[in-house]
Design a protein around this ligand. Structure first.
Ligand SMILES: Nc1ncnc2c1ncn2[C@@H]1O[C@H](COP(=O)(O)OP(=O)(O)OP(=O)(O)O)[C@@H](O)[C@H]1O
Ligand SMILES: [Mg+2]
Length: 628
């Protein structure tokens, strides 16, 4: 019922994972380096300001000529000597420069951060989209759509944010912390050590809290993805739910999930509420200590007011990185889980791949080498084919079938017999687990998938339309088709009449997935689409099951015209559709039970005969009833 369970991830920070991720977005490495440099500069400027203030207080305001000069003091007085100006003027120049630098670096790192965030998002999403297009049918059997969607949207977003901001925040914090500590220790190591004594307890407390907060958030996220899954199913299955009167049961299940989420969220919030005051209290303690000890030393003439100000300033500044480091680490862990999921997706190897020599000769899906493609004539041979779905039972075993180019073959038989499986194998959506399928006498694995698939027309029972107009949808497989060609294809399948009756004719918007059309209308349009592409092999899997018998009869005529000269497979439950096929195969349990023309099979008086008779009876009764 529910979307793929989210795995639990290790707490360890894995550098290799992040490296791999950057490997997917190599263009952004230089932006990252630039960002790191800007952040380091920005941290250094933050450390320099209190030293400037200290110089101003001691030398310029108090006029204390004996007050010790620290780094910035040397810079100011050096500049004064160099330019031959007063210390005051030099101070103003340096201060102004620092402010400008600060503004510039802040602008630069904000800009770089956004470039990285947006860029990585874009890059990984395009890779992911491409990957998802490349992966074969069998992949989608295993992966719920909701799962894939959240990988490509929220996970990628989270990753990009983390790389763009959190990772660098960590770097900024580290530079800040180190520079503050070093400066304090050089100015007055005793007071420096005393102030820094709060760091170890703060570290321990932070780790303790963050672990717990993180666990609570994980559980929130896990429940959240289940809730999203439930929403998804709830919306998609609204009709089914209503008709089966499942509302109450579904609501109960849903309430249980939201309850869990609520409890975990409250836990996380309470922990957070407790953690912050503790950090602030510890920070204030250190500041108070710096003020008190510094004050005492000043009174004794052992320290200047300016230096006390430096300490107080640093103790205040210093706690922010510590707090950040703790929370950023937990963010990183969450993002790491996202990274793992996204990378797993990007690294999924398709089950069906063209071998390197095939790609060398015929190109891949994105760079086909059409000039080397042989013409497809349409002979198809199944030789001793075995097949099972990844985690299913064997569907076909030792299946043999030989179809001549241009032949029309119909597959009939009970539900689950393996009819769709046979045509899926022909399309190479799946490959045989044993045996070979030859097309024009050559094992189809020795040709590219694209070669085969661009020669295929496939109309399904559940036709898939895409958002856009009717015209766009028919044109989908042949982007350079003219309007006249499109209309001709529509006329051929008798879709022209109903399309013209629509509000805007061929320019009518079909809605998302064609939701504004009936299933029968969608089938007709996808039929026109398949015909337009002029395929050598044509497959109709229950393609006419949703149109009325009259329309079907008209399509039937069209089909016989369209199918002439093409190898085609028609799967149908309604036997009237298959009567005119060159050969009809009755498939039961993955085995060809009977094979022959309509007349031959009727004479055989076997499964086909019984099936036909029962449908014939039904049809006649219906006709009589409607006439009556
Ligand atoms: N994607 C899949 N993964 C696992 N098993 C599958 C998958 N698709 C089909 N099967 C199984 O393979 C068997 C053959 O299915 P198939 O779809 O070929 O039947 P069918 O003859 O086309 O039936 P229908 O007339 O209902 O369309 C069934 O037992 C089905 O459960
Ligand atoms: Mg089927």
């Amino acid at each position: 019922m529910q979307a793929q369970q989210e795995k639990d991830y290790t707490q360890k920070f894995e550098l290799s994972l992040w490296k791999k991720l950057l490997h997917y977005a190599p263009r952004y490495v230089k932006h990252l380096i630039a960002l790191a440099v800007f952040m380091a500069v920005s941290a250094l400027i933050d450390v320099a300001f209190p030293l400037m203030t200290s110089y101003a207080i001691d030398r310029l305001i108090a006029g204390n000529a004996d007050a010790p000069l620290h780094v910035m003091g040397h810079v100011v007085e050096g500049l004064a000597r160099l330019l031959g100006v007063t210390n005051m003027t030099a101070f103003i120049i340096v201060y102004a420069l620092l402010v400008c630098c600060s503004v510039a670096t802040i602008y630069a790192f904000l800009h770089q951060g956004s470039v990285i965030e947006v860029g990585i998002c874009y890059e990984i999403r395009s890779l992911g989209f491409r990957k998802l297009q490349e992966l074969p049918f069998s992949f989608y059997d295993r992966m719920p759509v909701g799962y894939l969607m959240s990988r490509m949207t929220s996970d990628v977003q989270r990753l990009a944010e983390t790389i763009g901001w959190s990772l660098l925040d960590l770097f900024w914090g580290a530079v800040m912390l180190i520079m503050c500590s070093v400066t304090m220790l050089t100015i007055n190591w005793r007071l420096g050590l005393a102030v820094m004594a709060v760091l170890p307890p703060l570290g321990v407390i932070s780790v303790w809290f963050e672990r717990r907060i993180l666990t609570a958030w994980r559980s929130v996220r896990k429940t959240n993805s289940r809730i999203t899954g439930a929403f998804n199913e709830g919306i998609m299955g609204a009709k089914t739910t209503k008709t089966l009167v499942r509302e109450e049961m579904n609501s109960e299940e849903f309430n249980e999930m939201t309850g869990e989420m609520h409890a975990a969220s409250v836990r996380a919030a309470s922990l957070n509420a407790l953690y912050l005051p503790i950090v602030i209290a510890l920070g204030s303690l250190a500041t108070a200590w710096a003020l008190w000890r510094g004050g005492m030393l000043t009174l004794k003439g052992l320290m200047t007011l300016g230096v006390v100000q430096v300490f107080v300033n640093y103790t205040v500044q210093f706690f922010e990185p510590v707090r950040n480091i703790a929370s950023t680490f937990s963010e990183l862990q969450a993002a790491q889980a996202a990274a793992e999921r996204v990378i797993t997706l990007l690294e999924t190897e398709p089950d069906i791949v063209d071998t390197p020599d095939v790609i060398a000769a015929f190109g891949d899906s994105f760079h086909p080498r059409r000039e080397n493609w042989p013409e497809l004539k349409g002979r198809i041979d199944f030789e001793h084919v075995d097949f099972k779905y990844r985690d299913g039972e064997k569907v076909l075993s030792d299946f043999n079938l030989h179809v001549n180019a241009g032949e029309t073959v119909a597959l009939v038989g009970p539900t689950g017999a393996g009819k769709s499986t046979v045509v899926n194998l022909i399309c190479r959506f799946y490959e045989p687990t044993a045996g070979v399928i030859r097309i024009d006498g050559v094992d189809y694995r020795r040709r590219s998938q694209l070669w085969l698939q661009s020669n295929l027309g496939y109309v399904l029972q559940e036709p898939r339309l895409f958002s856009g107009t009717v015209r766009d949808n028919i044109r989908y497989g042949k982007p350079d088709a003219t309007d006249a060609e499109i209309e001709q294809a529509a006329r051929l399948v008798n879709a022209d009449a109903f399309i013209r009756c629509m509000e805007k004719g061929y320019d009518t918007d079909v809605g998302e997935g064609g939701s504004r059309l009936s299933t029968g209308e969608k089938q007709l349009i996808s039929f026109a689409r398949a015909i337009l592409a002029d395929p050598r092999i044509f497959i109709l899997d229950e393609a006419t099951s949703s149109v009325d018998t009259e329309t079907e009869a008209v399509i039937q005529q069209a089909i016989s015209k369209v199918l002439a000269g093409r190898t085609s497979f028609i799967i149908a439950h309604r036997l009237s559709t298959v009567r005119s096929a060159d050969r009809i195969l009755v498939i039961e349990d993955g085995v060809i039970k009977e094979s022959g023309t309509h007349q031959q099979l009727l004479r055989l008086k076997g499964s086909y005969y019984r099936l036909y008779m029962s449908q014939f009876e039904e049809e006649r009764t219906r006709k009589l009833l409607s006439e009556a």
